[in-house]
Each structure stands twice: as C-alpha cells, then as structure tokens.
Design a protein around this ligand. Sequence first.
Ligand SMILES: NC(=O)c1ccc[n+]([C@@H]2O[C@H](COP(=O)([O-])OP(=O)(O)OC[C@H]3O[C@@H](n4cnc5c(N)ncnc54)[C@H](OP(=O)(O)O)[C@@H]3O)[C@@H](O)[C@H]2O)c1
Length: 274
Amino acid sequence: MMKNQWILITGASTGIGRVATEFLQQKGYSIYACARKEGDLQDLGRIPNVIPIKLDVTKNEQIEQAFQEISDRKTGLFGLINNAGIVHAGPTMDLDVEELKHQFDVNFFGVHRVTKQFFPLIKKSKGKIVMIGSGAGIIANPFFAPYSSSKFALEGYTDSLRRELLLYGIQVVIIEPGMVKTPIWDKGEALLGNYNGDMLKKEASGIGSMAVQTARDIGLPPEKIASLIYKILTKKNPKPRYAIVPNYWMRQLMLKMPTRMLDRFILKKMQKFQ
Ligand SMILES: NC(=O)c1ccc[n+]([C@@H]2O[C@H](COP(=O)([O-])OP(=O)(O)OC[C@H]3O[C@@H](n4cnc5c(N)ncnc54)[C@H](OP(=O)(O)O)[C@@H]3O)[C@@H](O)[C@H]2O)c1
C-alpha cells in the first residue's frame, strides 16, 4: 500500500529534508525531493524511488511548474512536508525590514505558496500536511527575532489550517524540534562572522556562538525528526503538534516558568558576555 504513496519534501538538499528523504524511501515511500541547486538535484536523483524536483519556495513559477510535473505523472500525493527554512538572526533593533521580509518569504510565505499549490492533490488523497516548525516558535530567544517570529507565525497558520481542514478529513501536523545537528548551524555561524553592527555586538555574538556550540554538542540527529515524520505519516490519528528536543525537562521548566523569571535567567546569560 505504502509503495504507491508519494511524499513531497521541500528543502531536501541537506539536513532534515535530506535525511527524511532517505529514511522515508527506505520505509517504502516514493519521494518528490525538492532542491534549488543542480548538483543537489542530481545527487537526490541517484537515491532509489526519489524524483528530484527543482523548487525554490520563494518562486511562484517553480512551484507551479513542480505542480504541473507532479500532476502529469499521475502518482497523486499523500504527504507534503514543509521543511525548507533559513535562519536570520542578530540584534533586533539593527534589522532592516528587508531582512525580516526575506526570513518570512522562505519560512512563512514559502509554506503558504507550496501548501496552496499542492492542496488539490492532498485533498484528493485525504493526505497529510507536515510543517517543520521549531522550539523557537514557542519560546523566543534574544537575537533570534526574525527566525522566531517566522516560526511563531507558522504556529498560528498551522492551527488555523488544521482546524479548517478537519472538515475535509485532512491532517495538518506541526513538528517543533529543538536543536538538531544539521548544516543550518554552520550557516548561522557564518552569519555571526558577517555581523558588522555595533549594537549589543558582544552579547549577540556570545549568545549566537553558544547556540551553535550547544547544537553541535547536544543537537538531535536529524534521523530522529525523519523517524517522527514517518510516525506521523503512518499513524491513523497523529497529534496536532510534536515537540522533540534534546533536553525535555529544560523545555518543560522554561514553559512553566513565569515570564519575568525566564527573562531574568536569560538576562544573566547575556550579561556573561558583556
Ligand atoms: N537544525 C535545527 O536545529 C532545527 C531546529 C528546529 C527547526 N528546524 C527547521 O528544520 C528545517 C530544516 O532545517 P535544517 O536544520 O535541516 O537546515 P539545512 O540543512 O540548512 O536545510 C535547509 C533546507 O532548506 C532549503 N532552503 C533554503 N532556502 C530555500 C528556498 N528559498 N526554497 C527552497 N528551499 C530552501 C535549503 O536548500 P539550499 O541547500 O539550496 O540552501 C536546505 O535544503 C527548517 O525549517 C528549520 O527551520 C531546524
């Protein structure tokens, strides 16, 4: 049964998307693996049961073309995994609106563009839509305003969509990973090196470097997220949201703590870098 089920994954070139592509095809799914670069598409095309699709989530023409190609193949589509994402960070008062717009263009509007385009196929199969949110969409750390706000927005979007699509029997699930060991952290580290502003420079780079190091030390292997995606796709009634973090109790503590207490705790961390 599963052999005939097709799954589309955005951002399949590296990290969670790449690992999920391999994991799901090994479990018997067929995958439309989306990437932007020619080399990545060729690489993905060498994996059995994987069809590479050129797709930048900010480009309407590519999304329409991808939809046409997949519709023409008449395979149907059972699962849509909205995984593509980028991180912008830095002192909030230093950010240009353009930086925020770019962050939202990929992490938020990109999700809407792709979901809206492929919805007819998901509706037809009574399939599933999986969003890759983030723990940063539940608790916002300092210097991560662009990324956090895009993932908070995704939470609201997902809740609305999930409730609407109950009427069609389509499940919409959001995964909220904590730190995962993927290239996203190397990209974050490069961002830190490019920061030219003066505002809160020491604090921002201290908190940023600490986040990168912590992800490298204790980040979850991306296979854990891939395996959770598999569970969601195969379970009859998956939960609406799944938090998956390296340190469960720390997350629980931060969620339960009064906001002022959490703020003081974070302030102490930032002051260490002054
Ligand atoms: N790693 C973590 O700690 C963590 C934690 C929570 C949530 N997440 C979320 O997990 C998802 C995957 O991230 P990752 O950690 O696996 O990072 P990653 O290895 O950097 O992968 C990001 C993927 O998104 C793609 N992408 C970027 N901009 C795109 C665009 N405009 N159109 C289409 N694809 C685009 C990248 O493609 P290119 O190679 O072409 O740039 C890449 O395939 C993201 O949504 C991220 O926010 C990650």
